[in-house]
Design a protein around this ligand. Structure first.
Ligand code: UD1
Length: 429
Protein backbone atom coordinates (compact mmCIF):
# COMPACT_ATOMS: atom_id res chain seq x y z
CA UNK A 1 0.00 0.00 0.00
CA UNK A 2 1.35 3.45 -0.93
CA UNK A 3 2.47 5.85 1.79
CA UNK A 4 3.40 9.52 1.79
CA UNK A 5 6.57 10.75 3.46
CA UNK A 6 6.80 14.39 4.46
CA UNK A 7 9.65 16.35 6.02
CA UNK A 8 8.05 19.41 7.54
CA UNK A 9 9.27 22.96 7.87
CA UNK A 10 9.30 24.36 4.34
CA UNK A 11 7.19 27.34 3.37
CA UNK A 12 4.95 26.92 0.34
CA UNK A 13 5.71 29.28 -2.55
CA UNK A 14 4.40 29.07 -6.10
CA UNK A 15 1.26 28.10 -7.97
CA UNK A 16 -1.19 25.26 -7.39
CA UNK A 17 -3.69 24.49 -10.14
CA UNK A 18 -7.14 23.62 -8.77
CA UNK A 19 -8.83 20.54 -10.23
CA UNK A 20 -12.48 19.96 -11.09
CA UNK A 21 -14.72 19.26 -8.11
CA UNK A 22 -15.08 15.60 -7.17
CA UNK A 23 -18.47 16.25 -5.58
CA UNK A 24 -19.80 17.72 -8.82
CA UNK A 25 -18.09 15.30 -11.19
CA UNK A 26 -19.68 12.25 -9.53
CA UNK A 27 -23.34 13.37 -9.77
CA UNK A 28 -22.71 14.82 -13.25
CA UNK A 29 -21.46 11.43 -14.45
CA UNK A 30 -24.50 9.79 -12.84
CA UNK A 31 -26.79 12.29 -14.59
CA UNK A 32 -25.59 10.86 -17.92
CA UNK A 33 -27.88 7.89 -17.19
CA UNK A 34 -30.86 10.19 -17.77
CA UNK A 35 -30.36 10.37 -21.55
CA UNK A 36 -29.73 8.10 -24.53
CA UNK A 37 -27.45 10.76 -25.98
CA UNK A 38 -23.84 11.47 -25.13
CA UNK A 39 -22.98 13.78 -22.24
CA UNK A 40 -19.53 15.32 -22.58
CA UNK A 41 -17.92 16.43 -19.34
CA UNK A 42 -14.78 18.57 -19.34
CA UNK A 43 -12.43 19.18 -16.40
CA UNK A 44 -13.19 15.85 -14.72
CA UNK A 45 -10.53 15.22 -12.05
CA UNK A 46 -8.39 12.09 -12.27
CA UNK A 47 -9.37 10.48 -9.01
CA UNK A 48 -9.92 6.97 -7.71
CA UNK A 49 -13.62 7.76 -7.04
CA UNK A 50 -14.10 8.86 -10.65
CA UNK A 51 -12.47 5.67 -11.94
CA UNK A 52 -14.66 3.59 -9.64
CA UNK A 53 -17.81 5.34 -10.84
CA UNK A 54 -16.75 4.65 -14.43
CA UNK A 55 -16.77 0.95 -13.52
CA UNK A 56 -20.14 1.23 -11.81
CA UNK A 57 -21.69 2.99 -14.80
CA UNK A 58 -20.06 0.45 -17.12
CA UNK A 59 -21.95 -2.24 -15.24
CA UNK A 60 -25.23 -0.56 -16.31
CA UNK A 61 -24.07 -0.62 -19.93
CA UNK A 62 -22.75 2.94 -20.13
CA UNK A 63 -19.89 3.56 -22.58
CA UNK A 64 -17.31 6.06 -21.38
CA UNK A 65 -14.55 7.37 -23.57
CA UNK A 66 -11.79 9.45 -22.10
CA UNK A 67 -10.50 11.94 -24.67
CA UNK A 68 -6.75 12.49 -24.90
CA UNK A 69 -5.07 15.81 -24.28
CA UNK A 70 -5.51 18.52 -26.87
CA UNK A 71 -2.77 20.91 -28.03
CA UNK A 72 -2.53 23.74 -25.53
CA UNK A 73 -3.89 21.67 -22.65
CA UNK A 74 -1.91 22.18 -19.47
CA UNK A 75 -0.33 19.34 -17.55
CA UNK A 76 -3.02 19.46 -14.92
CA UNK A 77 -6.02 19.93 -17.17
CA UNK A 78 -8.81 17.60 -16.13
CA UNK A 79 -9.92 14.84 -18.44
CA UNK A 80 -12.81 15.02 -20.89
CA UNK A 81 -15.27 12.14 -20.61
CA UNK A 82 -17.76 11.23 -23.34
CA UNK A 83 -20.47 9.31 -21.50
CA UNK A 84 -23.12 7.45 -23.45
CA UNK A 85 -25.96 5.61 -21.72
CA UNK A 86 -27.67 4.74 -25.03
CA UNK A 87 -28.69 1.30 -23.83
CA UNK A 88 -29.03 0.49 -20.18
CA UNK A 89 -28.43 -3.23 -19.99
CA UNK A 90 -28.78 -3.67 -16.24
CA UNK A 91 -30.72 -1.61 -13.67
CA UNK A 92 -29.01 -3.30 -10.72
CA UNK A 93 -26.13 -1.66 -8.84
CA UNK A 94 -24.49 -4.48 -6.89
CA UNK A 95 -23.23 -4.42 -3.32
CA UNK A 96 -19.60 -5.08 -4.34
CA UNK A 97 -19.52 -1.74 -6.17
CA UNK A 98 -21.90 0.49 -4.17
CA UNK A 99 -20.23 -0.46 -0.89
CA UNK A 100 -16.97 1.09 -2.13
CA UNK A 101 -18.45 4.54 -2.70
CA UNK A 102 -21.61 5.90 -1.13
CA UNK A 103 -22.39 8.38 -3.91
CA UNK A 104 -22.92 5.50 -6.34
CA UNK A 105 -26.24 4.85 -4.56
CA UNK A 106 -27.47 7.98 -6.35
CA UNK A 107 -27.76 6.00 -9.64
CA UNK A 108 -31.14 4.97 -8.24
CA UNK A 109 -32.57 8.37 -9.28
CA UNK A 110 -31.82 8.36 -13.04
CA UNK A 111 -32.54 4.63 -13.30
CA UNK A 112 -36.01 4.89 -11.77
CA UNK A 113 -36.73 8.11 -13.70
CA UNK A 114 -35.75 6.75 -17.11
CA UNK A 115 -36.18 2.96 -16.81
CA UNK A 116 -38.97 3.03 -14.20
CA UNK A 117 -37.10 0.42 -12.17
CA UNK A 118 -33.89 0.09 -10.21
CA UNK A 119 -32.30 -2.30 -7.75
CA UNK A 120 -29.50 -0.63 -5.84
CA UNK A 121 -27.56 -1.99 -2.89
CA UNK A 122 -27.81 0.00 0.33
CA UNK A 123 -24.44 1.70 0.79
CA UNK A 124 -23.71 0.25 4.22
CA UNK A 125 -21.57 1.65 6.99
CA UNK A 126 -19.18 4.51 6.63
CA UNK A 127 -16.34 5.85 8.69
CA UNK A 128 -18.05 9.19 9.35
CA UNK A 129 -21.29 8.52 11.15
CA UNK A 130 -24.26 6.48 10.08
CA UNK A 131 -25.02 8.47 6.90
CA UNK A 132 -28.46 6.98 6.20
CA UNK A 133 -30.42 7.19 2.92
CA UNK A 134 -33.89 7.55 4.46
CA UNK A 135 -34.38 11.03 2.98
CA UNK A 136 -33.39 9.86 -0.50
CA UNK A 137 -35.97 7.09 -0.21
CA UNK A 138 -38.56 9.57 1.08
CA UNK A 139 -37.95 11.83 -1.93
CA UNK A 140 -38.39 9.00 -4.44
CA UNK A 141 -41.55 7.79 -2.69
CA UNK A 142 -43.00 11.30 -2.88
CA UNK A 143 -42.39 11.16 -6.63
CA UNK A 144 -44.50 8.01 -6.78
CA UNK A 145 -41.87 5.26 -6.70
CA UNK A 146 -42.71 2.08 -4.79
CA UNK A 147 -39.73 1.04 -2.75
CA UNK A 148 -39.03 -2.15 -0.88
CA UNK A 149 -35.89 -3.32 0.84
CA UNK A 150 -34.90 -6.92 0.23
CA UNK A 151 -31.61 -8.65 0.87
CA UNK A 152 -29.79 -5.36 1.46
CA UNK A 153 -31.08 -3.87 -1.80
CA UNK A 154 -33.53 -1.06 -2.38
CA UNK A 155 -35.89 -2.22 -5.10
CA UNK A 156 -37.68 0.70 -6.75
CA UNK A 157 -40.53 0.55 -9.24
CA UNK A 158 -42.59 3.23 -10.93
CA UNK A 159 -44.56 1.39 -13.63
CA UNK A 160 -46.25 4.50 -15.06
CA UNK A 161 -43.20 6.74 -14.49
CA UNK A 162 -42.55 9.24 -11.71
CA UNK A 163 -45.00 12.05 -10.94
CA UNK A 164 -44.13 15.55 -9.80
CA UNK A 165 -44.68 16.29 -6.11
CA UNK A 166 -43.61 18.58 -3.29
CA UNK A 167 -40.60 17.25 -1.40
CA UNK A 168 -39.87 19.04 1.85
CA UNK A 169 -36.60 17.88 3.38
CA UNK A 170 -36.63 17.97 7.19
CA UNK A 171 -32.88 18.66 7.09
CA UNK A 172 -30.55 19.96 4.42
CA UNK A 173 -29.11 17.04 2.49
CA UNK A 174 -26.83 17.23 -0.53
CA UNK A 175 -27.44 13.61 -1.49
CA UNK A 176 -31.20 13.97 -1.06
CA UNK A 177 -31.25 17.12 -3.20
CA UNK A 178 -29.20 15.50 -6.00
CA UNK A 179 -31.49 12.48 -6.05
CA UNK A 180 -34.71 14.51 -5.96
CA UNK A 181 -33.44 16.87 -8.67
CA UNK A 182 -32.33 14.16 -11.08
CA UNK A 183 -35.48 12.08 -10.58
CA UNK A 184 -37.80 15.09 -11.01
CA UNK A 185 -36.37 16.06 -14.42
CA UNK A 186 -38.22 13.15 -16.09
CA UNK A 187 -41.29 13.06 -13.78
CA UNK A 188 -44.59 14.21 -15.22
CA UNK A 189 -45.72 17.58 -13.87
CA UNK A 190 -44.11 19.95 -11.41
CA UNK A 191 -41.82 19.09 -8.49
CA UNK A 192 -40.96 21.50 -5.73
CA UNK A 193 -37.93 20.68 -3.58
CA UNK A 194 -38.09 22.62 -0.32
CA UNK A 195 -35.21 23.06 2.12
CA UNK A 196 -32.96 22.05 -0.78
CA UNK A 197 -29.18 22.04 -0.36
CA UNK A 198 -27.64 25.21 -1.84
CA UNK A 199 -24.14 23.79 -2.37
CA UNK A 200 -22.39 24.97 -5.56
CA UNK A 201 -22.19 21.36 -6.77
CA UNK A 202 -26.02 21.23 -6.80
CA UNK A 203 -26.03 24.37 -8.94
CA UNK A 204 -23.42 22.85 -11.27
CA UNK A 205 -25.50 19.70 -11.74
CA UNK A 206 -28.66 21.77 -12.29
CA UNK A 207 -26.83 23.86 -14.91
CA UNK A 208 -25.81 20.70 -16.74
CA UNK A 209 -29.33 19.23 -16.54
CA UNK A 210 -30.71 22.48 -17.98
CA UNK A 211 -28.26 22.15 -20.90
CA UNK A 212 -29.65 18.61 -21.32
CA UNK A 213 -33.17 20.03 -21.69
CA UNK A 214 -34.42 19.92 -18.09
CA UNK A 215 -36.64 22.73 -16.83
CA UNK A 216 -35.22 23.76 -13.47
CA UNK A 217 -35.35 27.03 -11.59
CA UNK A 218 -34.12 28.06 -8.16
CA UNK A 219 -31.02 25.85 -7.89
CA UNK A 220 -28.73 27.45 -5.31
CA UNK A 221 -31.72 28.56 -3.22
CA UNK A 222 -33.68 26.49 -0.67
CA UNK A 223 -36.58 26.04 -3.14
CA UNK A 224 -35.94 24.33 -6.46
CA UNK A 225 -38.76 23.96 -8.98
CA UNK A 226 -38.61 21.33 -11.72
CA UNK A 227 -41.06 21.01 -14.61
CA UNK A 228 -40.74 17.44 -15.80
CA UNK A 229 -39.96 16.77 -19.47
CA UNK A 230 -40.41 13.55 -21.48
CA UNK A 231 -36.78 13.25 -22.55
CA UNK A 232 -33.36 14.77 -21.97
CA UNK A 233 -30.70 15.11 -24.65
CA UNK A 234 -26.92 15.26 -24.84
CA UNK A 235 -24.89 18.30 -23.76
CA UNK A 236 -21.37 19.48 -22.99
CA UNK A 237 -20.49 20.80 -19.54
CA UNK A 238 -17.35 21.83 -17.66
CA UNK A 239 -17.06 20.67 -14.03
CA UNK A 240 -16.64 23.62 -11.64
CA UNK A 241 -13.41 23.99 -9.62
CA UNK A 242 -13.09 22.05 -6.38
CA UNK A 243 -13.79 24.39 -3.45
CA UNK A 244 -12.64 21.79 -0.92
CA UNK A 245 -9.31 21.30 -2.68
CA UNK A 246 -9.00 25.11 -2.84
CA UNK A 247 -9.69 25.50 0.88
CA UNK A 248 -7.34 22.66 1.74
CA UNK A 249 -4.36 24.23 -0.04
CA UNK A 250 -5.26 27.64 1.35
CA UNK A 251 -5.05 26.15 4.85
CA UNK A 252 -1.77 24.44 4.02
CA UNK A 253 -0.28 27.83 3.07
CA UNK A 254 -1.71 29.44 6.21
CA UNK A 255 -0.06 26.63 8.16
CA UNK A 256 3.44 26.74 6.65
CA UNK A 257 3.58 30.41 5.76
CA UNK A 258 4.56 31.48 2.27
CA UNK A 259 2.69 32.74 -0.76
CA UNK A 260 0.74 30.59 -3.22
CA UNK A 261 -1.50 31.31 -6.18
CA UNK A 262 -4.45 28.90 -6.33
CA UNK A 263 -4.97 28.93 -10.03
CA UNK A 264 -8.53 28.53 -11.33
CA UNK A 265 -10.07 28.79 -7.85
CA UNK A 266 -13.34 30.68 -7.46
CA UNK A 267 -13.64 32.69 -4.22
CA UNK A 268 -17.45 32.79 -4.15
CA UNK A 269 -17.46 28.99 -3.74
CA UNK A 270 -15.78 29.19 -0.33
CA UNK A 271 -16.22 32.69 1.03
CA UNK A 272 -16.93 31.48 4.58
CA UNK A 273 -13.67 29.50 4.67
CA UNK A 274 -11.70 32.42 3.22
CA UNK A 275 -13.16 34.69 5.91
CA UNK A 276 -12.03 32.25 8.60
CA UNK A 277 -8.55 32.08 7.06
CA UNK A 278 -8.30 35.87 7.04
CA UNK A 279 -9.32 35.88 10.70
CA UNK A 280 -6.61 33.29 11.35
CA UNK A 281 -4.02 35.67 9.91
CA UNK A 282 -3.73 34.73 6.23
CA UNK A 283 -3.80 37.38 3.52
CA UNK A 284 -6.30 36.47 0.83
CA UNK A 285 -6.27 38.30 -2.50
CA UNK A 286 -8.65 37.60 -5.33
CA UNK A 287 -7.19 38.09 -8.82
CA UNK A 288 -7.95 37.15 -12.43
CA UNK A 289 -6.30 33.77 -12.12
CA UNK A 290 -8.01 32.71 -8.88
CA UNK A 291 -7.04 33.28 -5.27
CA UNK A 292 -3.66 34.17 -3.76
CA UNK A 293 -3.02 33.09 -0.18
CA UNK A 294 -0.08 34.32 1.87
CA UNK A 295 1.06 34.36 5.46
CA UNK A 296 4.26 36.14 6.27
CA UNK A 297 5.71 36.67 9.71
CA UNK A 298 2.56 36.94 11.77
CA UNK A 299 1.49 33.82 13.63
CA UNK A 300 -1.80 31.95 13.38
CA UNK A 301 -4.71 33.43 15.36
CA UNK A 302 -7.28 31.14 17.02
CA UNK A 303 -10.84 31.00 15.63
CA UNK A 304 -14.27 29.74 16.67
CA UNK A 305 -16.09 27.98 13.85
CA UNK A 306 -19.22 25.86 13.44
CA UNK A 307 -19.76 23.78 10.30
CA UNK A 308 -23.01 24.38 8.43
CA UNK A 309 -24.61 23.75 5.04
CA UNK A 310 -23.54 26.14 2.25
CA UNK A 311 -22.86 29.08 2.47
CA UNK A 312 -21.65 28.18 5.98
CA UNK A 313 -18.24 26.75 6.81
CA UNK A 314 -18.05 23.34 5.05
CA UNK A 315 -17.76 20.14 7.07
CA UNK A 316 -15.32 18.94 4.39
CA UNK A 317 -12.81 21.58 5.59
CA UNK A 318 -13.30 20.98 9.29
CA UNK A 319 -10.39 18.55 9.74
CA UNK A 320 -8.02 20.79 7.77
CA UNK A 321 -8.94 23.83 9.88
CA UNK A 322 -8.36 21.81 13.02
CA UNK A 323 -4.87 20.90 11.80
CA UNK A 324 -4.18 24.60 11.23
CA UNK A 325 -5.46 25.56 14.68
CA UNK A 326 -3.10 23.11 16.40
CA UNK A 327 -0.45 25.81 15.90
CA UNK A 328 -2.56 28.88 16.70
CA UNK A 329 -1.49 31.31 19.41
CA UNK A 330 -4.36 30.53 21.77
CA UNK A 331 -7.48 28.38 22.03
CA UNK A 332 -9.84 27.58 19.16
CA UNK A 333 -13.27 25.93 19.15
CA UNK A 334 -14.60 23.92 16.23
CA UNK A 335 -18.13 22.52 16.29
CA UNK A 336 -19.23 19.87 13.79
CA UNK A 337 -22.97 19.92 13.11
CA UNK A 338 -23.30 17.98 9.84
CA UNK A 339 -21.86 14.55 10.63
CA UNK A 340 -21.61 12.72 13.92
CA UNK A 341 -18.25 11.04 14.53
CA UNK A 342 -16.35 13.28 12.16
CA UNK A 343 -13.46 13.68 14.56
CA UNK A 344 -11.35 10.65 13.73
CA UNK A 345 -8.45 12.92 12.85
CA UNK A 346 -8.24 14.13 16.47
CA UNK A 347 -6.36 11.11 17.75
CA UNK A 348 -4.02 11.12 14.76
CA UNK A 349 -3.35 14.86 15.16
CA UNK A 350 -2.47 14.11 18.79
CA UNK A 351 0.46 12.04 17.49
CA UNK A 352 2.09 15.30 16.34
CA UNK A 353 1.90 16.65 19.88
CA UNK A 354 -1.23 18.74 19.40
CA UNK A 355 -3.64 19.42 22.28
CA UNK A 356 -7.27 18.81 21.41
CA UNK A 357 -10.16 18.06 23.76
CA UNK A 358 -13.46 16.67 22.50
CA UNK A 359 -16.77 17.39 24.14
CA UNK A 360 -19.71 16.11 22.10
CA UNK A 361 -19.82 18.03 18.84
CA UNK A 362 -17.15 20.54 19.86
CA UNK A 363 -13.38 20.28 19.76
CA UNK A 364 -11.29 22.68 21.83
CA UNK A 365 -7.81 23.13 20.42
CA UNK A 366 -5.02 24.68 22.47
CA UNK A 367 -2.39 25.80 20.03
CA UNK A 368 1.17 24.55 20.57
CA UNK A 369 4.41 26.19 19.44
CA UNK A 370 5.74 23.12 17.70
CA UNK A 371 4.44 19.92 16.11
CA UNK A 372 6.70 16.91 15.69
CA UNK A 373 6.49 14.48 12.78
CA UNK A 374 5.12 11.00 13.48
CA UNK A 375 3.79 7.92 11.71
CA UNK A 376 0.04 8.46 11.25
CA UNK A 377 -2.82 6.71 9.57
CA UNK A 378 -5.38 8.19 7.19
CA UNK A 379 -8.95 7.38 8.21
CA UNK A 380 -11.22 9.15 5.76
CA UNK A 381 -10.72 11.49 2.87
CA UNK A 382 -10.72 14.89 4.54
CA UNK A 383 -9.16 13.60 7.77
CA UNK A 384 -6.24 12.27 5.72
CA UNK A 385 -5.38 15.59 4.23
CA UNK A 386 -5.49 17.27 7.64
CA UNK A 387 -2.59 15.00 8.59
CA UNK A 388 -0.67 16.19 5.53
CA UNK A 389 -1.26 19.81 6.61
CA UNK A 390 0.03 19.09 10.11
CA UNK A 391 3.03 17.22 8.70
CA UNK A 392 4.01 20.14 6.44
CA UNK A 393 4.57 22.28 9.53
CA UNK A 394 5.89 19.57 11.86
CA UNK A 395 9.53 19.18 12.75
CA UNK A 396 11.09 16.09 11.20
CA UNK A 397 9.54 13.20 9.30
CA UNK A 398 5.93 12.12 9.04
CA UNK A 399 4.80 8.95 7.31
CA UNK A 400 1.13 8.99 6.31
CA UNK A 401 -0.12 5.43 5.92
CA UNK A 402 -3.24 4.19 4.10
CA UNK A 403 -3.28 7.04 1.62
CA UNK A 404 -5.81 5.44 -0.71
CA UNK A 405 -8.27 7.77 1.01
CA UNK A 406 -6.29 10.74 -0.32
CA UNK A 407 -6.28 9.31 -3.83
CA UNK A 408 -10.07 9.19 -3.71
CA UNK A 409 -10.34 12.96 -3.55
CA UNK A 410 -7.06 14.81 -4.17
CA UNK A 411 -5.51 14.77 -7.61
CA UNK A 412 -1.70 14.56 -7.62
CA UNK A 413 -1.48 16.01 -4.13
CA UNK A 414 2.22 15.31 -3.61
CA UNK A 415 3.15 16.75 -7.02
CA UNK A 416 1.16 19.93 -6.41
CA UNK A 417 2.73 20.47 -2.99
CA UNK A 418 6.30 19.56 -3.94
CA UNK A 419 6.12 22.00 -6.86
CA UNK A 420 5.66 24.69 -4.17
CA UNK A 421 8.67 23.60 -2.15
CA UNK A 422 7.24 20.99 0.21
CA UNK A 423 9.39 17.95 0.92
CA UNK A 424 6.81 15.29 0.15
CA UNK A 425 7.06 12.01 -1.70
CA UNK A 426 4.96 8.97 -2.38
CA UNK A 427 6.48 5.66 -1.42
CA UNK A 428 4.94 2.88 -3.49
CA UNK A 429 4.21 -0.60 -2.28
C1 UD1 B 1 -22.09 15.30 0.49
C2 UD1 B 1 -20.65 15.32 0.06
C3 UD1 B 1 -19.73 15.30 1.28
C4 UD1 B 1 -20.11 16.43 2.24
C5 UD1 B 1 -21.59 16.42 2.55
C6 UD1 B 1 -22.05 17.62 3.36
C7 UD1 B 1 -20.62 14.25 -2.10
C8 UD1 B 1 -20.22 13.08 -2.93
N1 UD1 B 1 -20.37 14.18 -0.80
O1 UD1 B 1 -22.30 14.08 1.19
O2 UD1 B 1 -18.39 15.44 0.83
O3 UD1 B 1 -19.40 16.26 3.44
O4 UD1 B 1 -22.36 16.42 1.33
O5 UD1 B 1 -21.72 18.79 2.71
O6 UD1 B 1 -21.14 15.21 -2.62
N2 UD1 B 1 -28.78 12.41 6.06
C9 UD1 B 1 -29.85 11.71 6.59
N3 UD1 B 1 -30.63 10.97 5.76
C10 UD1 B 1 -30.40 10.90 4.42
C11 UD1 B 1 -29.32 11.63 3.86
C12 UD1 B 1 -28.53 12.38 4.72
O7 UD1 B 1 -30.09 11.74 7.81
O8 UD1 B 1 -31.16 10.20 3.71
C13 UD1 B 1 -27.92 13.20 6.98
C14 UD1 B 1 -26.48 12.71 6.97
O9 UD1 B 1 -26.28 11.64 7.84
C15 UD1 B 1 -25.76 13.97 7.43
C16 UD1 B 1 -26.60 15.10 6.81
O10 UD1 B 1 -27.87 14.53 6.50
O11 UD1 B 1 -25.81 14.08 8.82
C17 UD1 B 1 -26.01 15.69 5.55
O12 UD1 B 1 -25.77 14.64 4.61
P1 UD1 B 1 -25.69 14.94 3.05
O13 UD1 B 1 -25.75 16.41 2.83
O14 UD1 B 1 -26.72 14.11 2.35
O15 UD1 B 1 -24.23 14.43 2.69
P2 UD1 B 1 -23.78 13.57 1.42
O16 UD1 B 1 -24.58 13.98 0.23
O17 UD1 B 1 -23.69 12.15 1.80
Amino acid sequence: MDRIRIIGGNKLEGTIPISGAKNAALPLMIAALLTEDTLILDNVPRLADVALLQRILGNHGVDIMSAGKRPGDTEYQGQTLHISAKTIIDTTAPYELVSKMRASFWVIAPLIARMHEAKVSLPGGCAIGTRPVDLLIMALEKLGAELTIDGGYVIARAPGGLKGATIDFPKVTVSGTHVALMAATLASGTTIIDNAACEPEIVDVADCLIKMGAKISGAGTPRITVEGVAKLHGARHTVLPDRIETGTYAMAVAMTGGDVQLSGARPELLQSALDVLAQAGATITVNNDGIRVARNGAGISPVTVTTAPFPGFPTDLQAQLMALMTRAKGTSHITETIFENRFMHVQELARFGSRIQLDGETATIDGVAKLRGAPVMATDLRASVSLVIAALAAEGETMVNRIYHLDRGFERLEEKLSACGAQIERISG
